[in-house]
Structure formats: C-alpha cells, structure tokens
Design a binder for this molecule. Structure first.
Ligand SMILES: Cc1ncc(COP(=O)(O)O)c(C=O)c1O
Length: 446
C-alpha cells in the first residue's frame, strides 16, 4: 500500500470534516495550499501556481508581505481585542486614512469583518437615514451572501437561498456586448441609465432608500458601462429623487482599477455611502468598512445608529488595514496596477487576434476578463449563464491548473486579476499559459 502523502491528508481531513462553499461537496477537488509568496502559492507537493486571481480578487499586495505581517504581530503583542464601544489607536488612524483617500465628502467609517456585512450595514444606514425601505441594484452584480446583500446582488447565487428580503428591486445592466438596449447600434445609447429612472418611477421614488452599484463591476464579468456618462446619469437620478448612492468597492477598491477606488474612474460621482473589504487588508486578516458622507455622519450625531457586532473595529484587523494601505503607498501599487494593466490589456488583445474563441476582452488595469464564444458572429457563449461548465471551459480550466496558473473560470469567462505587485515577465508567463489553453477552446468554435 502507498503511504498517504501530506497532500492526501490535508485534502482528506478538509473534505471529511469541513464544508466547501457554493456547490455539491463530492466533486470538490481543492488545491491543498501550504505556503505562498509574492504572486505565487504552493501546494503540499511543492507545485507552484501563479495566483492570477489574487485568491478571491482580494490579495492585492501579494502574499507574504513582511510590513503587514510585522504590523499584525506588533498589534497582537500590544492589544488583541476590545469591544467596539472602546477606542483604539489603529481604529482611529485607519478611519483617518480612509477619509484621506476616499472620494467626495465621505468622512466616517463603521468597521466590520466582511464585504457582506459592510453592505448589510450600508442598507441599514440608508434605510434609517432616509426612512425609506427599498434598495435598487443591478442584475449582474454581487454584494455578498447575507439575506439582504445576497438579494441586492442579482447574481444567481442568491436563488437557492430565496426568498431574501422583499425590498430589493433589480434593473438591467450596462452590458454593451450583450445589451438589449443598444444591440446593433454603433455605440451605447445610455438607455440602460434611462431604464433605471423608469424603474425608480414605477417603484415610487419616495419608497427608495438607495441605489447600490459596484464601483467597477467584478465577479459578474467586469461589465462596466462603456460610456462614463452612465454614472453621471445615475448620480443625477439619485439627486433628483433624494435617493442615496451606495458604491460597493469591495472588489474594485484598493488599486484594482489603477486608482484607489473603481468609482474614481467617474469623477462626477459623489457616493453617499461606500463599502470596502478584500483589498483593505488584502486578506491578511478579515476587515470591512462602511463609509458615510459627512452629512449622514452628522445625522447620526443625535439619532441612534442601530448597527453593531462583537468584532466591529477589531484592533488587529485595523492594524492590518493601516499597514496594507501603507504598502499600496510605499510600493506604488496603484501606479503599478495601471502600468501593468496596459501590458495585460495589450497581451489579451493580442490573444484575441489569434484565438477565434475570444468574443470580447474587457476591463481596466489589473482587472480583466475574457469572454469565450462558440461563434463571434452570434456571440453564443462557450458556456451558458448559471449552467455547469461545458467540456470546452472544463478543458481550459484544467489546462491552466495543470500548467500552474490559478484563476477564476466562470460560465464562459476567464478572469485575469493578479496581485498588483506583478511584473511584466510574470504577466508574459501567465499570458503564454493562457495562450495554450485558448487553443483548446478554439477547437469548440463552430
Ligand atoms: C462587489 C462585492 N461586494 C461584496 C462582496 C462580499 O464580500 P465578502 O465575501 O467579504 O462578504 C463581494 C465578494 O466577492 C464582492 O465582490
């Protein structure tokens, strides 16, 4: 009998005694990761993987950053925990730092532990502040897995857990490649934004507390509006009807789009509430944030703010957040994201010229996706929305993993979202592995 390896033992224990997210358990085939450094992680056999997805699009500063690790150790030595009614040094300093880098009049932050909580708190704040109930959101969006956050994200992961809350209404997306409003036209006609106003009117503006949008669309397929005037229109709709604008920067924040926040790509926009997580600590410890404008903060000076949680503003997480932001600044990672994004974009467009299976390359900076199609004319997706992966996509995914490139393969999309520390040679290596995988997809083009 062959002795079980460390790899087998890790997988066996994980599968025997723990549950994995978002799917049936038997087919789960997890990579047993033992360590990670820079843009790479390693399995128990020592196999190296390029982390082309920054894990869950969150390890923006890369793995093993000593500055953050030391800050966490120092905080652990000094003070591990106090309840959130007490004041701590890292909490105040992180709040001040976020005020400095956030857009518009965003001023005060409520800290929690996950993007989900950050959005649930945003909804509670918006509802308490406006006295209105409803939240409007895009179909192709994800805002977390709580009953309200999951319902706000139109992403089909909500469906098995429905009914969620009854006060979310969805509207159509600014999805130029597959848009029902501007299909066949030379350019986006912004009817997607007019449709939001129509939805507001039909729903009753006086019932709507907030519209929530990802600062730059993420796991639904990096589906950003082709015309930035979309955001200007959304801002105008919010202003006209007294609706708050919640911008979800959980995935698009902290340099992902070559700017601090995705919404910084749209200077006309003034978020009333902005949520963050993921890149805030790059996953070194869990932390999320719900930031509110000065006006909303002022409202709660005398009116009770009815949100909370044992681990709100956890001192160790706040110390990790502060150190992570120092890394973005000291290592010039926001700038590197923009610069390396150009290399990535050029490389992906070159692949599109070679591979008929690529229907569209989308994204900005180190936040890209390619959409694979069976036919460029009909745009028939290589794998259907919310259906199991087809043989073609399975082959692409298996090839990438076998060659040591880990990234998200979702429906007909392959994501390219590496840590912001990546350099040109590393990008070229990843693109070359992708090139080979796409040759497999090309065979399924009809
Ligand atoms: C845009 C966006 N919002 C919220 C969330 C939820 O964050 P968390 O998984 O930390 O709850 C995610 C997670 O992927 C996200 O992409």
């Amino acid at each position: 009998m062959v002795a079980p390896t460390m790899q087998d033992e890790i997988i066996d224990l994980n599968k025997e005694y723990t549950l994995f997210p978002w799917g049936a358990q038997a087919p789960v085939n997890p990579i047993p990761v033992t360590h990670a450094e820079g843009i790479y992680f390693y399995d128990a056999n020592g196999k190296r993987y390029i982390d082309f997805n920054s894990q869950l699009m969150n390890v923006n500063i890369g793995h093993g950053n000593k500055h953050v690790i030391e800050a966490i150790k120092r905080q652990a030595d000094q003070l591990q925990f106090v309840y959130p009614g007490m004041a701590t040094d890292p909490r105040g300093k992180l709040g001040e730092k976020l005020q400095q880098i956030a857009p518009g009049t965003l001023k005060k932050t409520f800290f929690s532990l996950s993007g989900t909580e950050a959005n649930e708190n945003a909804f509670k704040i918006a509802r308490q502040y406006t006295g209105r109930q409803k939240v409007l959101a895009r179909y192709r969006s994800f805002h977390g897995q709580g009953f309200a956050a999951q319902q706000a994200g139109g992403d089909p992961r909500r469906i098995p857990n429905e009914p969620g809350v009854g006060w979310v209404v969805h509207f159509q997306d600014p999805y130029r490649y597959r848009c029902m409003f501007c299909k066949g036209l030379d350019a986006c006609n912004l009817m997607c934004a007019d449709h939001i106003e129509q939805t507001v009117i039909f729903e009753g503006p006086e019932t709507i507390a907030a519209i929530i949008l990802e600062g730059y669309s993420g796991s639904s397929g990096i589906i950003a509006p082709p015309d930035p005037a979309y955001w200007t229109k959304v801002q105008q709709i919010c202003d006209k009807y007294g609706i708050l604008l919640i911008v979800d920067e959980v995935m698009s924040g902290f340099g992902r789009t070559g700017k601090w926040f995705g919404v910084d790509n749209y200077p006309d926009v003034r978020p009333d509430i902005m949520t963050m997580a993921k890149g805030l600590t790059s996953g070194y410890l869990p932390l999320a944030a719900t930031m509110v404008s000065e006006k909303i903060a002022q409202h709660f000076e005398q009116t009770p703010l009815m949100i909370g949680g044992t681990y709100a503003a956890h001192p160790m997480s706040c110390a990790a957040g502060l150190a992570t932001i120092e890394v973005y600044e000291q290592e010039g990672l926001i700038e590197n994201s923009a610069k390396m994004g150009e290399v990535l974009s050029k490389g992906l467009h070159e692949l599109a010229a070679e591979h008929p299976s690529i229907g569209e390359v989308r994204g900005t900076a180190l936040f890209h996706v390619i959409e694979l199609v069976k036919n460029r004319e009909t745009r028939a997706p290589m794998s259907e929305f919310n259906k199991p992966l087809t043989e073609a996509m399975k082959q692409v995914q298996a090839h990438l993993l076998s060659k040591g490139l880990y990234t998200f393969v979702r429906w007909n999309m392959v994501f390219a979202v590496p840590p912001l520390i990546i350099n040109e040679a590393q990008l070229q290596e990843a693109l070359s592995i992708l090139n080979d995988a796409l040759s497999l997809a090309d065979k399924f083009v009809e």
